[in-house]
Design a binder for this molecule. Sequence first.
Ligand SMILES: C[S@@+](CC[C@H](N)C(=O)[O-])C[C@H]1O[C@@H](n2cnc3c(N)ncnc32)[C@H](O)[C@@H]1O
Length: 222
Amino acid sequence: MRIDIVTLFPSMFEGPLTESIVKRAREKKLLEVGFVNPRDFATDRHNSVDDRPYGGGAGMVLMAGPMSQAIRSVRQESSTVVFLSPQGQRFDQGIARSLAKKKHLVLVCGRYEGIDERLMDLFDMELSIGDYVLTGGELPAMVVTDALSRLQPGVLKKEEAAERESFSENLLDYPQYTRPETWEGKSVPPVLLSGDHAKIEAWRQQEAETATRRKRPELLEK
Ligand SMILES: C[S@@+](CC[C@H](N)C(=O)[O-])C[C@H]1O[C@@H](n2cnc3c(N)ncnc32)[C@H](O)[C@@H]1O
């Protein structure tokens, strides 16, 4: 899969996309990430990419010209172009699973007061990472890229498999424990030390249901 990110601040991505599993995915070429900066498509001598809103009001709006050219410079026939926006559909594991199957995504990051509304026709979808307003689309683009990277076949090792974890089968994950067996007087549930795989599986299923009922009961209704 290839993801091209349209952003005024590509250096923001250096940490999150250069460590751990995402780093491994990129090194193995299971995920390619590219950046395109709308500023490279500015046409005036100040390299402007934003301007004041028509009708007045606070802040600046990203101009259609440089943004559209940046998007078109990476968009292909088969691309899915996504605008990160607090007004979008809420990103969740179901959307992550369906986007993870795409060959090419273009993630477009807004800034300031947002983008010129006339750009909307360029997008296949608008995605929000939650009902709060961030300063830009870069953090949401990192969230989406991270979630999709671990769903690429071959990225997670067998023991890290993404099949049985929170939100698969509308359940949260079961509780996990590691060494030592007793920590601050709290012991690991004995069933996990029994070596009986059927019993462990049944316990995990039950714990996943209990956790879901307690923390996210609406998932069970799905
Ligand atoms: C300050 S926000 C603009 C918010 C816009 N004025 C509004 O109220 O809908 C700047 C940019 O950050 C990004 N952004 C902010 N919050 C987001 C969220 N929850 N999910 C996805 N993108 C977000 C979008 O790209 C947005 O264009």
